[in-house]
Design a binder for this molecule. Sequence first.
Ligand SMILES: [Fe+2]
Length: 256
Amino acid sequence: MTALARSGVVDGRAPDDIALLADPALTAVIVRPPERPPWLDELEQAVVAGELFVERTTLESVSLDDFASWAREALTGAPAGVSAALRDDMAGILAQVMETARIGRVMVRVFTEAPTRRCGFHVDTVPPQAPTIGAVRVYNGATTEYVHGDDVLGTAEFYGYLAHRERLSREAARTEGAALGELVAMDERPSFLRPRTTVHRVPPDATVYFRHIDVRRHWSPHPVSDAWIHRSPMCGGARLVLNVSPAERARRRGPG
Ligand SMILES: [Fe+2]
């Protein structure tokens, strides 16, 4: 097995490098444009200043047209120099996921929020039998953190950690933070990782196309390479985040 396959993550140069995920040893392709589009500076200022605000929204199953209608409405407050470029960029990510998965509807989660400690390392799920490649894009601020597959002790260790952390996170919310110290310790030294493992961070301005897990296999002893283990950052300012995942089964391929 190559070092690349063991890490499970590769850099892409263009959105259609999502096709690299046909290799089952890969869990994520990180696509970063060669140059930072200038409208992202204005976007960052607007998000930090609260001028561009998107309430946490889940669009359970949307077509490209549905999404375009939602985005026109939701981004009316965005600066004029940002709005159209942002809508195009988001729609491009949806289109890429749909095309790769051969589907017409995706689930979209989008929000502007500062990071919290609510969610730690996890894998994202898709409905039963849906294709498993989705995407995350952080438009400003602290980016997503992830680990290489070869640094993970095993799926059982990972799910043991996840179950424990989810319990603690609920407890911390209920008891107004009494469990917070333990949560911080779990985040600083995740028990499912080999000693001295590096936690990696997605570079700014990148879209990550990554492997989700069919919800029926979540918590099962599947290979580590079947899903990308990642987490949101734990602190920092408000960020605009877009998540896209398949919401339906793939169409059958036609003849020829
Ligand atoms: Fe996630």
